[in-house]
Ligand binder design. Sequence first.
Ligand SMILES: Cc1cc2nc3c(=O)[nH]c(=O)nc-3n(C[C@H](O)[C@H](O)[C@H](O)COP(=O)(O)OP(=O)(O)OC[C@H]3O[C@@H](n4cnc5c(N)ncnc54)[C@H](O)[C@@H]3O)c2cc1C
Length: 423
Amino acid sequence: MNRTHTSRRQFLGSAAAASLALSMPAIAQASPRVVVIGGGFGGASCARALRQINPALQVTLVEANRTFTACPFSNEVIAGDRPMQAQQFGYDRVAADDIKVIIQAATKIDAQARSVGLADGTTLAYDRLVVSPGIELRFDALPSFDEAASARMPHAWKAGEQTLLLKRQLESMDDGGVVAISVPANPYRCPPGPYERASLIANYLKTTKPRSKLIILDAKDAFSKQRLFQNAWQELYPGIIEWVGLSQGGKVTSVEPAANTLVTEFARHTVQVANVIPPQRAGRIAEIAGVADRSGWCPIDPVSFESKLVPNIHVIGDACIGGGMPKSAFTANAQAKACAAAVVALLAGEAPTVPKLINTCYSLVAPDYGISIAGVYQPKNGLLTDVEGAGGVSPLEVPRDFRAREATYARRWYQTITAEAFG
Ligand SMILES: Cc1cc2nc3c(=O)[nH]c(=O)nc-3n(C[C@H](O)[C@H](O)[C@H](O)COP(=O)(O)OP(=O)(O)OC[C@H]3O[C@@H](n4cnc5c(N)ncnc54)[C@H](O)[C@@H]3O)c2cc1C
């Protein structure tokens, strides 16, 4: 708090000195301009944090959609346990913080001129730019899985219409049908998300279509909170979920949308409902800005979140290479606050403080059964790295009310994080 006030005073002091000889309009322009692209968990949190840390900044948030649809808890929507409205947020309260919210897609970035081009042809000038565009689905990475195929085999990995499509497909499936979830290799958005989804769909099948089955076709041999998930599946959904890892031939190599078939190295699975989660990369604007490398993700300085490729552009959330930090809403929000503090410091000519960041990922295995994993991260050797001995996972052997409490903590976490991001 003290440091913030000092920074602001120093900043205002130096801005005032520099403007002595200038005319009034020039003084009005003297407060630094920060543009944030992407009004999701990272971008909206960052815009709000910037204004909170230094109310003198001119902050503009550029977001493509009028309504944001959150992914956390969207698996409950798919399983019919939650209304879609509980996932949706507007930007009125963000704008009420004196943040200029522009509902448009950013289409160009000129790093030399420090300007952002919008879809309507206008441009915005910035002193510092924060990019938090989330993910792009790599429709090029899985033969025959393109946008048209996703209308039949939904990914539901960006929440919205796809979430509802998958829900409808499950509802219209016969009892005795097979559901398949195809999971990509790391890194991808929300490492435990596919297994939470499998659990909640299994819960739906158990209660409404008990002769049905669910198969997870996985492009890796181990996954987040694996023992906790697998123990819970044995306890809650015996005989319903089958997990096929990479070495058992779980990697989906192509799809045949017309037949609802997933092809792996060893087998073909023709199913009633196919949820195909394809490989991913940083949102397209990151590539346009030149901040994504050949991996498709964006390398950053772990102290300031400034791009290692383009100066004055910071990248946070799913789009960045977060070292040990998983791609989660919790991570995006934590990085947003650290990045905002760094941007304020840099604009004031100060060195950013070295951050320590926390992530906790909750997963629901059933509506009243939660498990979690937590980690603490700090910059080391150019990456965000696990602080050894910090964090942990839910214990394996605990009474059921412990799991119920974790489910309550998960719901409270969602309320807190969405209030922080969207007001
Ligand atoms: C099924 C599922 C469950 C999940 N559950 C959890 C959970 O329980 N806990 C958790 O912590 N995380 C969870 N996540 C992960 C979480 O959703 C993401 O990690 C988080 O949304 C990342 O935040 P972000 O700001 O990077 O991207 P997003 O929140 O996706 O925001 C990106 C925003 O940028 C906008 N945008 C993109 N390009 C442009 C452009 N060119 N111009 C203007 N706007 C643009 C988009 O419209 C979007 O609003 C889950 C994800 C899934 C898929």
